[in-house]
Design a protein around this ligand. Structure first.
Ligand SMILES: CC(C)(COP(=O)(O)OP(=O)(O)OC[C@H]1O[C@@H](n2cnc3c(N)ncnc32)[C@H](O)[C@@H]1OP(=O)(O)O)[C@@H](O)C(=O)NCCC(=O)NCCS
Length: 142
């Protein structure tokens, strides 16, 4: 396993785009490119790429929004690699290497809330933030 910070090798752009698309609702090519070129290049957020040997298997994007609080903005593992511990490793990397002394927060939907709960995040429902879509706030103490 290796974790490499974006911007990096440009040949991974397509893979990163498709991974990010899995982590956002209703992705368009433009909105995903805006994430890569805006959020993850100019806005101070970081995008960590998770490799299994030469294979890019996942990405996790995050931003320190307060001295004591970092938000996980996007988290995605490529479908064939899910359920093998890569997501857990990505969060552990943020916890241990990037944000060791701060609260971690993520907002997600019903499909992924179990993942954060399994990793020890405290989960609170935010209700139907969007019509028909319950959202959850997930918080992990330092
Ligand atoms: C959610 C996601 C990142 C999890 O990554 P992953 O590599 O499959 O997760 P892991 O294998 O590290 O799982 C860690 C633990 O969480 C559990 N888990 C993983 N996904 C889960 C889910 N959707 N619901 C409930 N539990 C889940 C695993 O069973 C595992 O538990 P264990 O340690 O007791 O065996 C991945 O499924 C994904 O990319 N989904 C699509 C995008 C998405 O929903 N992103 C999150 C919202 S932004």
């Amino acid at each position: 396993m290796a974790i490499v910070l974006w911007p990096g090798d440009i040949s991974y752009v397509d893979r990163i785009q498709s991974l990010l698309a899995a982590a956002v609702g209703n992705p368009s090519e433009q909105s995903v490119m805006a994430l890569l070129n805006g959020t993850y290049r100019e806005s101070g957020a970081r995008l960590d790429m998770i490799f299994d040997g030469p294979e890019l298997v996942g990405v996790v994007g995050s931003l320190r929004i307060h001295p004591g609080l970092a938000e996980i903005l996007h988290m995605a593992v490529d479908a064939p690699y899910r359920g093998k511990g890569w997501g857990r490793m990505a969060i552990q990397h943020l916890r241990t290497d990037v944000y060791p002394d701060v609260w971690l927060m993520a907002e997600t939907d019903r499909d992924a809330v179990g993942f954060y709960a399994q990793l020890g995040f405290h989960v609170t429902s935010l209700g139907e933030k969007y019509p028909g879509r319950e959202r959850f706030q997930c918080v992990l103490k330092p």
